[in-house]
Ligand binder design. Sequence first.
Ligand code: ZN
Ligand code: ZN
Length: 144
Amino acid sequence: MGLFDAKPSQASNVLPEVADCDRQLTALNQRREELIRQIGELYLENNDSTAAAGTPYEEFLKEIEKLAVETLTVEKRKLAVQGLRKCEECGNILVLDSSFCNKCGRKLEPLFVPTEDNPRICAKCGTAYAEGAVFCVGCGNKLE
Ligand SMILES: [Zn+2]
Ligand SMILES: [Zn+2]
């Protein structure tokens, strides 16, 4: 038997008691992680970054709030590229060009608002456009 045979044969000969302990340790660790996750969810339900200002949780909450904004933007864009949008009041799915929700009557504002970082974006689908462009390459919207 060569030197290199030693390890694999050892690994396959784990005592049943050891394997049993490993299974229990894995289950205990999973349960612990699940409880920690639940603590996090509970904390989130009761706090935002303002409530957590000055605590070690503040940065985590700010990051989570940023993720929520990004998620909303991607969800809006996902619908917009299919020619659709969602009423923010009632959740009704409408054609992108709608001015009012046909379910709750809410007036629909532009979906995407230009910012300093991103001054030229299509109000309907959020696609960036070059200076002087007339139509959006993302949705065909006539640009202001
Ligand atoms: Zn609506
Ligand atoms: Zn567009």
